[in-house]
Design a protein. Sequence first.
Length: 413
Amino acid sequence: MTDSDVRVLISAYACRPHMGSEAEVGWSMARELAKNHLVWVVTRSDNRLAIEAEMAKNPVSSLQFIYHNLPWTRWWNPGVQIHYYLWQLKTYFVARQLHHQINFDLVHHVTYVKYWSPSFLALLPIPFIWGPVGGADSTPKPFWRDFSWRGKAYETLRDWARWLSEYDPFVRLTAQRSVFAQATTTATAERLHYLGATNVHVASEVGLSSAEIADLAEPSTAKSQTLRVVSLGRLLHWKGFHLGLRAFAHAELPPLTEYWIMGQGPESNRLQALAKSLGIAQQVKFWGELSRPDVLDMLKTCHILLHPSLHESGGWVCIEAMASGLPILCLDLGGPATQVTTTTGIKVPVYTPEQTVLDLATAMTDLANDSTLRTRMGKAGQQRINKVYNWTGIAQNWTHWYSEILQQQDHDT
């Protein structure tokens, strides 16, 4: 059997072009894998308009989509997590019927990128691939004291939900029946092994198309003479923007230095108040919510990405900033820790908030006052993106893994 004959069924609850985040994982994985295989994707009905519009402009003959939703949600909204669980259950029956018609060679769960919810497609009588999946990373306990009561409640409920989910027999069955699992972080890999997965590979979930990489690599004509440190993302307690502000206040920076924060969220007022209390409000610019194209254009005018997230399996911001030629300053946690190397940025160890802020400030000082170091790290980051985080290369890796799985299956039978 050649690669182009392999019939792959993909489950992608989140799957929509040009959306970023998990929707982009589902879409890009499906599109790129269809260049080498025959691919069917089961996804939500509300993704249909966006997918069909893109497919009309850029058709892929070997890629087909099957849409379904839960009928009773027209009059009952169970919440995202319950909807996702029940949708996965219904997907099994949709997939089982499709399998009888098409006789798939492999089934691959792609999104959500979440290890603590099952994929019932593991019950199909063909090799099941799970991943990328993440979600095992947690905020270190010493950092909880900076959170509001809402933030602490969120972290507590998240830990409980994950702990309870690990006792779901279908979650364990999903792990045990996977012939190959991709964990986005080492913490998630440990939980997958605990649940019974035996063949686990650690790799980030994120990627960029060749066109996006080329576009981000184009230097901006509006590069500012003022040194700009930038942070991107929803303004949530666990994103660590409060650590970034404190580090900026402590760092020894050139006189013309700004800190840009792009994003919106419930921590906005607290962060603005913190900037004022630290005496840096005049240097900090809160941009609010911006479109993704605007964010990427503005990113290219900046000099350093500061990404102090306390638990994150993905880290799209780091990938986009590396592609734009920015050095990365992040915590040695989660997804960013797997993406950033010593040649592309600085990863700060995490023990206490005080130590982390001081280490971030020291690293920021070094980067801010050494343009040669910034340039060297920026170029190394662009090279790493081309080599590791190009969707074309990611799909080629999956093609290799598919081939190994099918060869092993032939050997076993």
